[in-house]
Ligand binder design. Structure first.
Ligand code: CA
Length: 252
């Protein structure tokens, strides 16, 4: 048996807190709860959770700030729960380091599906990096190891280096980068990438909203910042206006 995965619910509304706790418990998590932002950051530090659900409107510090603080030490999958369907809030939430969002009221099975998709991905961290299997041939497709313009990505250890320097990416950022490296010069549309993050096939016909597509733009912006990549003269992430993204050409 694997050790139980740890979930943390940061939410001041007791009804919602108990609902989310029940959803995560059913999904097999050991769940802790926190009713304020400060308590939530402390709990995240001591519990090292795999998944965090984060309310935006907390009594002390808001969810954006909580997310920023947690991101300084944790790569947990953070789902923001927002009371309003306001796109602006959602996008600021993602800029502050959250992976995904759901607007209240949400369907428990939707939360379960999002978490299940993300948990299928490997997690980074010093332990996992040390335990990584021997590297495959650099750049050999299909092995989960890619090199491109000084960037080196290994899926198994979930590690990324740029010019030899290790980068700290969230699961979402890592997955997006991996999707582009995998596709090479083929354009990945924003809705492709949303489905990729939700672990859905291309043809399931699920509805992808404009806000979902905008969320990919925000994650790409965060990724670009961490890579130190330029939108005008990209080394890696090339925007194809109105469509999506693809890998920038190889440097000569
Ligand atoms: Ca609240």
């Amino acid at each position: 048996m694997n050790e139980a995965r740890v979930g943390l619910v940061i939410e001041d509304d007791q009804d919602i807190r108990e609902l989310v706790r029940a959803v995560l418990t059913q999904a097999g998590f050991d769940v802790s709860v926190a009713a304020s932002g400060t308590e939530g950051v402390l709990a995240a530090r001591s519990l090292n959770p795999d998944v965090i659900t984060l309310d935006l409107g907390l009594p002390d510090i808001d969810g954006f700030e909580v997310s920023r603080q947690i991101r300084e030490f944790s790569d947990a999958y953070i789902v923001m729960l927002t009371a309003r369907a306001e796109e602006l809030d959602t996008l600021i939430g993602l800029e502050s380091g959250a992976d995904d969002y759901l607007t209240k009221p949400f369907r428990p099975r939707e939360l379960r599906a999002r978490i299940a998709a993300m948990m299928r991905r490997p997690r980074s961290g010093p332990d996992q990096v040390e335990d990584a299997p021997a590297l495959e041939q650099p750049g050999d497709p299909g092995t989960g190891h890619y090199t491109h313009n000084g960037l080196d990505l290994t899926y198994a250890s979930r590690s990324v280096t740029v010019d030899g320097e290790e980068l700290n990416l969230t699961r979402t950022e890592f997955e997006l980068l991996y999707a582009l490296l995998e596709a090479g010069r083929t354009v990945r549309t924003k809705s492709d990438l949303v489905r990729r993050l939700r672990d859905e096939d291309y043809d399931v016909g699920s509805y992808i909203s404009e806000a979902d597509e905008r969320s990919v733009e925000v994650h790409m912006g965060n990724l670009r910042k961490k890579l130190g990549d330029s939108p005008q003269r990209p080394r890696w992430l090339q925007t194809v206006r109105g469509v999506g993204y693809r890998l920038a050409p190889a440097e000569r």
